[in-house]
Ligand binder design. Structure first.
Ligand code: SF4
Length: 73
């Protein structure tokens, strides 16, 4: 998925369904981390435009569907 230049996305990650696979951190280490239990931690919920591609890749790679990147209303 491609986002228009300058658009912003908002990230959410559902720790209830996170499986601790770490794919989100691999895709976007500037946006995600994992806690001591391996569960996702969102570092930047408001994604800067230059990180949009990485945010979308993280959502795509997450095997549990925990990560969502959407436009704020
Ligand atoms: S990729 Fe998905 S399942 Fe894996 S740590 Fe990130 S949010 Fe959790």
């Amino acid at each position: 998925m491609v986002t228009p230049t300058g658009s912003t996305l908002r990230l959410t990650a559902d720790r209830e369904v996170c499986a601790g696979a770490g794919q989100c951190v691999r895709a976007a280490p500037d946006l995600f981390d994992q806690d001591d239990d391996g569960l996702v931690v969102v570092l930047r919920a408001d994604v800067p435009p230059e990180a949009s591609e990485r945010a979308l890749t993280a959502a795509d790679w997450c095997p549990s569907g925990a990560v969502a990147a959407h436009r704020p209303r």
